[in-house]
Design a protein around this ligand. Structure first.
Ligand code: ATP
Ligand code: MG
Length: 391
């Protein structure tokens, strides 16, 4: 009996299965989550699965018969057509553009990053290439986020190490410098010492100014090294901004700098140290004034974090000269300064304070187009986080 011969059984089963193989291939293609596009040697699409319809936003009828390049950003189409012809000359199973950033284009014109692996099949009626396309937008986003977290951690570790060193150094400097300053003051002002010769008075005055500078540096170091804000309570960020502005507006006005505020009146409160936060705003405003070095505009905005419903943002922008990337990358480093009289502690201190508030500080700056600092702080859990829509 035929059923007893294994060879025979196999052949029979195969003969039933073969007519079904096209249906099987289609079923496999349709069940794949990636996009599969099959292309003839002239570059025209002969088959696309539903994954391709979903990924690119075209119904299948609009894909079949078109050249594959319609799925690419325009700037890449020419070179891709060239690579495609090359592939058909020496077809191989391989990932495409290893190590390259590959981009695809949806029907609505938006671009997205993809990974493509290529395969081919010789149908007898001609060679067909098969492209398996995976949308890697989410992976790219996760990678970028990981990189950002790594940089943040690196900066935090660097600051923590420096903070310990700075605190020790500042304590050591503070006492002797205090003694030097008070003795100098005495020599310069004590009536019993009498009038000093002009040249000596001048020299002592120079010493006094420099001692004061060392004193400022030491206290800057101490606040930079302070691990956590001393006095925390629920506060309105807008008030911190307004109070700081009271201090500096007259000076800014004299320099020809106008300040424009857009403060969201419905901003939820945060938990914070008002003095420390005022210090941060003051540093940013001082930097903006020094960067503009003359007339200009400062914009201050508070708002709910776009895309971050649990955060509020403070944005301080200026119309100054902006920064090239090599400077921008270093501005939060302690002692990094481009100013002859700068200590380079303003921003690293601000960074530490914002971080101690559970917040973030980022800079956006392009040479010639000004600078924006974007600070984000977590809304306190007792505050409503959902935005109240006006009626
Ligand atoms: N708004 C800005 N526009 C252009 N460059 C800026 C701006 N803010 C900061 N910088 C750059 O970042 C550097 C570091 O700033 P940071 O406030 O830490 O120190 P500093 O201002 O130089 O010194 P200090 O704050 O002690 O006076 C500045 O020297 C400057 O080069
Ligand atoms: Mg500064």
């Amino acid at each position: 009996m035929a059923g007893d011969d294994p060879e025979q059984v196999f052949r029979e089963r195969a003969s039933i299965a073969l007519p079904r193989s096209e249906a099987t291939t289609r079923a496999l293609m349709e069940s794949a989550s990636e996009a599969i596009v099959i292309v003839a040697s002239d570059g025209r699409i002969v088959l696309a699965n539903s994954g391709a319809e979903r990924m690119f936003g075209y119904p299948r009828e609009e894909l079949v018969g078109q050249t594959l390049e319609m799925l690419l950003p325009e700037r890449l189409r020419g070179s891709h057509a060239h690579h495609r012809s090359g592939y058909f000359e020496t077809p191989r199973v391989r990932p495409m553009g290893r190590g390259l950033e590959l981009a695809a284009r949806r029907r609505d014109g938006t671009e997205f990053p993809v990974e493509v692996s290529l395969s081919y099949v010789d149908t007898g009626a001609g060679l067909l290439a098969m492209a398996f396309v995976t949308d890697i937008t989410e992976r790219k986003r996760a990678e970028a986020e990981l990189q950002r977290q790594r940089e943040l951690l690196h900066q935090t570790e660097k600051l923590a190490a420096l903070g310990t060193l700075a605190a020790g150094l500042a304590h050591e400097i503070n006492n002797p410098i205090g003694i030097v300053a008070s003795r100098l003051e005495l020599v310069l002002t004590d009536p019993e010492i009498g009038t000093l010769p002009g040249a000596l008075h001048e020299d002592l005055d120079v010493i006094r100014r420099n001692v004061q500078r060392i004193g400022r540096l030491a206290s800057g170091l101490l606040s930079f090294a302070r691990q956590s804000p001393r006095d925390r309570h629920l506060l309105a960020l807008n008030e911190v901004v307004e109070e700081t502005l009271l201090l500096v507006t007259p000076q800014l006005g004299r320099t020809g700098i106008s300040v424009h505020c857009t403060l969201d009146p419905a901003l939820p409160r945060i938990l914070g140290d008002p003095g420390a936060l005022q210090q941060v705003v003051l540093n940013l405003l001082t930097n903006a004034r020094e960067a503009m070095n003359g007339p200009g505009r400062i914009l201050i905005e508070t708002r709910r974090g776009p895309g971050q419903p649990e955060m509020i943002q403070l944005v301080v922008s200026d119309t100054g000269p902006g920064m090239p990337p090599e400077i921008r990358d270093r501005i939060f480093d302690p002692f990094f300064t481009t100013k002859p009289q700068g200590t380079g502690l303003g921003l690293s201190m601000s960074y530490g304070i914002v971080r101690d508030h559970g917040g973030t500080i980022e800079v956006r700056s392009v040479p010639g187009s000004g600078t924006s600092f974007v600070l984000a702080f977590p809304i306190h859990s007792s505050e409503p986080t959902a935005s109240i829509q006006p009626p």
